[in-house]
Design a protein around this ligand. Structure first.
Ligand SMILES: [Zn+2]
Length: 415
């Protein structure tokens, strides 16, 4: 791999202030060797140099929640009945075979690169995304989903999870990490949560859970009412026992919460839930466009940040949010929590890396970290402030995406 030197009108390293007329030097091993003002960054003759005098250089973006195996399903507007929507997604998934899942995962990964995203945290149960990530030399955590709302299913679900993880572990390694995702409190019994949590801790695997997303999920656990409770009733699945918990309390009761637990959504969480998540050191994947599209409401982002939780932005699946535009999530997050532009950008760079425990490797243009970079050419009408310009950008403004020193997307070139 050639050494590279990139210079740009502005460099936003995210570990310090924006640098006007900055540059970054990438070594042949794919790591950042130097970042700073143009004059301070060496210009070795063997490095391929590219200058972007009208563009911004940022760290590659980190998307804390995707379902790339769902790429390519024609977008249908989320329906008001969330339980029915989930059943619809299940029905469409059942129509796909392994090769179609793999094609979807590859297409989804390419769409991430086009949008400037270089690290993902993905959940799914096809196994296609970890394979696509490994073959592309990508970066991320892939959480394999496990389901089973009836307590009597827990043993079979665990056996299936162990078998699938044994198959998939050959794709992990390097920058690709495997984890497990006991999907959500409305698809996983308390018994299965306990078993998965214990097993994951013993195996050193990170966890991801869809948590406190909908009114129906809270109602199921609080008093056994709502759409999910009705659906369980039709399948003769016993209600959660005992009732009377919030989703956060339910996972705490089953030993799922910890520093390696990524909690996705966290919309319906009150002050004591947030304090509990903070005490356990959990991280949060904040997906504001998905939450709005499903009518779940706004997550208490300001309170989550105030409590010191590690929070990163996530797009959720294209079926929910419509696109993998992470900066669009950051713009909504900014409005929800009254953030300034740099803080909103943090949610899809350094803070997102922190939510995944990857802050020593990615998330900022810091010498020694992986050379994951994105060059964005903003619309000149968006004012002079580089953070504002970056935040106002979208996938159509991305000029170049580099992952570990390798070009994975260049505007105008076919993938
Ligand atoms: Zn999701």
């Amino acid at each position: 791999m050639p050494a590279r030197r990139l210079s740009a009108r502005w460099v936003l390293p995210m570990d310090g202030p924006a640098i006007e007329g900055g540059a970054a030097l990438i070594d042949a091993g794919g790591r950042l060797a130097a970042v700073g003002p143009e004059a301070a960054v060496p210009r070795p003759e063997w490095a391929e140099a590219e200058d972007f005098p009208d563009a911004l250089l940022l760290p590659g973006l980190v998307n804390t929640h995707t379902h790339l195996e769902l790429s390519g399903f024609a977008a249908a507007a989320p329906e008001p009945d969330f339980a029915a929507w989930i059943r619809g997604v299940r029905a469409r998934k059942a129509e796909r075979g392994p090769e179609e899942y793999l094609a979807a995962a590859r297409a989804g990964l390419a769409a991430c690169h086009t949008a400037g995203v270089t690290t993902i945290a993905d959940t799914g149960d096809s196994g296609a995304v970890v394979r696509a990530l490994a073959e592309a030399g990508g970066s991320g955590v892939v959480y394999h989903e496990v389901f089973g709302p009836a307590p009597a299913q827990a043993g079979a679900s665990m056996a299936d999870l162990r078998r699938r993880m044994a198959e998939l572990c050959r794709f992990a390694g390097g920058r690709v990490r495997l984890g497990v995702s006991p999907h959500a409190p409305y698809t996983v019994s308390g018994r299965l949560y306990s078993a998965v949590g214990q097993w994951a801790r013993a195996e050193g695997l990170p966890l991801a859970v869809h948590l406190a997303e909908s009114v129906a999920e809270s109602a199921l656990l609080a008093d056994g009412t709502g759409e999910f409770a009705a659906a369980w009733g039709r399948r003769a699945i016993p209600l959660p026992d005992p009732l009377g918990h919030t989703p956060v309390q339910w996972l705490e009761r089953h030993g799922v919460l910890g520093p390696d637990t990524l909690c996705i959504h966290v919309v319906r969480a009150g002050p004591s839930d947030i304090a509990q998540l903070a005490e356990r050191g959990c991280a949060v994947a904040h997906c504001p466009r998905s939450n709005a599209a499903h009518g779940h409401g706004d997550a208490p982002l300001a309170a989550l940040l105030e409590a010191g939780l590690r929070v990163g932005a996530g797009t959720d699946s294209v079926l929910s949010a419509g696109s993998l535009d992470l900066l669009a999530e950051a713009r909504v997050a900014r409005r929800l929590a009254g953030l300034d532009a740099p803080a909103a950008l943090h949610l899809c760079t350094l803070a997102a890396a922190g939510a995944l425990g990857l802050e020593r490797e990615v998330g900022s243009l810091t010498p020694g970290k992986w050379a994951d970079c994105v060059v964005v050419r903003p619309d000149p009408s968006r004012g002079a402030d580089p953070a504002e310009q970056a935040l106002a950008s979208g996938p159509g403004d991305v000029v170049l995406t580099i992952l570990g020193g390798r070009v994975v997307y260049r505007a105008g070139e076919a993938a």
